[in-house]
Design a protein around this ligand. Structure first.
Ligand code: NDP
Length: 247
């Protein structure tokens, strides 16, 4: 029931929501497996966690590569003897109007925000089937619930993830393995996410919004902690997290 001793794989752990979640879960006794591309950030976070008495390992991982996601599961098995939770959180948001035809950005968002999540799911499903339990948590976005100008492809990946997670929830409810699914819909959270926006107008308006109302990624880490700590028969399937001051 508690977070304590749960083995949690976290993608996108090198900054923002992933790093905040790793800190909180480790503080509460989870064993965290940190994944992202930037090694120095992962190493620093792992050191911080272990120096505070927590348990963490890391592996440089690109969620676009299925074999790297499988290797992450193997790392968790080797160090912590299993996987209880995967937090599919890695994502990018190089937003622009569709008319700008930033097709490289479109493909990268599909590869990371959607296919990256699928790679995470494919990597844990076999071990969850063997254990007969597991928990998949995925970061969608309020852009996965509502449509916003400038968020066409980003929103498309986040709507897709919503559908995927709900289908896994329904299928798992009728299968023998107990798989819980939690989809998160954060609004403006102050992280490094806006750094991937190259369109000047979109960047300006989003920066203004985030400066006005954005809140700490700790808000999302608490939501993840809440979903994990529920009893096995309780599935927190969706959580929407707004800054109180965001309209
Ligand atoms: P950050 O930019 O701080 O974090 C994004 C993380 O994703 C980084 O750790 C980055 O690490 C990782 N990442 C990106 N591409 C890859 C890749 N190919 N393989 C592995 N890791 C990758 O932003 P957030 O913390 O805000 O973003 C986390 C999630 O939250 C994203 O899915 C985002 O869409 C979602 N979200 C964020 C909101 C916000 O307002 N901040 C609102 C709604 C949703 P590295 O570069 O080292 O690989």
């Amino acid at each position: 029931m508690a977070v304590q001793n749960k083995v949690v794989i976290i993608t996108g752990a090198s900054s923002g929501i992933g790093a905040a979640t790793a800190r909180l879960l480790a503080q509460n006794g989870a064993k965290v497996v940190l994944a992202a591309r930037r090694e120095s950030q992962l190493q620093q976070l792992q050191q911080q966690i272990t120096q505070s008495g927590g348990e963490a390992v890391y592996q440089v991982t690109d969620v676009r590569q299925p074999e790297e996601m499988h290797a992450l599961v193997e790392l968790a098995k080797k160090h912590f003897q299993g996987v209880d939770v995967i937090f599919n959180n890695a994502g990018i948001m190089p937003n622009s109007p569709i008319s700008a035809l930033q097709t490289n950005d479109w493909n990268n968002m599909i590869d990371i925000n959607l296919k990256g999540v699928l790679n995470g799911i494919a990597a844990v499903m076999p071990i969850f089937a063997k254990q007969k339990s597991g928990h998949i948590i995925t970061t969608s976005s309020i852009a996965g619930l509502k449509s916003f100008m400038g968020c066409g492809v980003y929103g498309a990946t986040k709507f897709a993830v919503r559908n995927l997670m709900e289908v896994i929830r329904q299928e798992s409810a009728t299968e023998q393995t107990n798989i819980r699914t939690t989809t998160l819909y954060p609004a403006a959270i102050n992280t490094e996410l806006l750094q991937s926006i190259s369109d000047a107008n979109v960047l300006q308006s989003m920066t203004q919004l985030y400066n006005q109302v954005g809140i700490s990624p700790d808000a999302i880490s608490r939501a993840v902690n809440f979903a994990i700590e529920q009893p096995e028969d309780t599935n927190i399937s969706e959580l929407t997290i707004y800054p109180t001051k965001q309209a």
